[in-house]
Ligand binder design. Structure first.
Ligand code: 2F8
Ligand code: CA
Length: 126
C-alpha cells in the first residue's frame, strides 16, 4: 500500500518524499509514474508541512513563460512563500525548490535551474 511505501497521510493528500535526487522534470515524471504529481502548495498549512524539508522540488515552474509561475495542476499562484529577493532568475532559473538557507522557513521558495538535482515531494489526493 501507499502507507507501507512511506507515503505520509495528511488530509486531503498523501505525500512521498523521495530518497533519490533528480532534475525537476525527472522528479515530476517519477511522481506521475506513481499516479501522483509534485506537491502543490495551496494554503499555509501545506507550507507548514514543508518546514522540515530542504532542497526539495515543489510543483512550481515558469518554464513556459518567463516570470509567470504556474503550479503543475494549473492552480493559480495566489499564496506565495518566496524567500526574500526570490524568484531572481539568477542564471535561467525556471523551477522552484525549498531553499536550505532561508532564514524564515515560511519564506523559503527559491528558483533554481531545472536541471539541478534535488529530492522531491510527490502529492496524491485521497
Ligand atoms: O542568493 C540567492 C541565490 O543563491 C544561489 O545563487 C548563488 C541560488 N542558486 C542555486 O541554488 C543554483 C540562487 O537560486 C539564489 O537566488
Ligand atoms: Ca533563485
Amino acid at each position: 500500500s501507499r502507507l507501507a511505501d512511506g507515503w505520509i497521510a495528511r488530509k486531503p493528500s498523501l505525500y512521498k518524499v523521495s530518497s533519490e535526487k533528480r532534475s525537476w522534470q525527472e522528479s515530476r515524471d517519477s511522481c506521475l509514474n506513481m499516479g501522483a504529481d509534485l506537491i502543490v502548495v495551496n494554503d499555509i498549512e501545506e507550507q507548514k508541512f514543508l518546514l522540515p524539508y530542504k532542497n526539495v522540488w515543489i510543483g512550481l515552474s515558469d518554464t513556459d513563460n518567463e516570470g509567470v509561475w504556474k503550479w503543475v495542476d494549473g492552480t493559480p499562484l495566489t499564496i506565495k512563500y518566496w524567500a526574500p529577493g526570490e524568484p531572481n532568475n539568477a542564471g535561467n532559473e525556471d523551477c522552484a525548490e525549498i531553499s536550505s538557507n532561508a532564514a524564515n522557513p515560511m519564506k523559503a521558495w527559491n528558483d533554481v535551474p531545472c536541471y539541478s538535482s534535488f529530492q522531491y515531494i510527490c502529492e496524491d489526493h485521497f
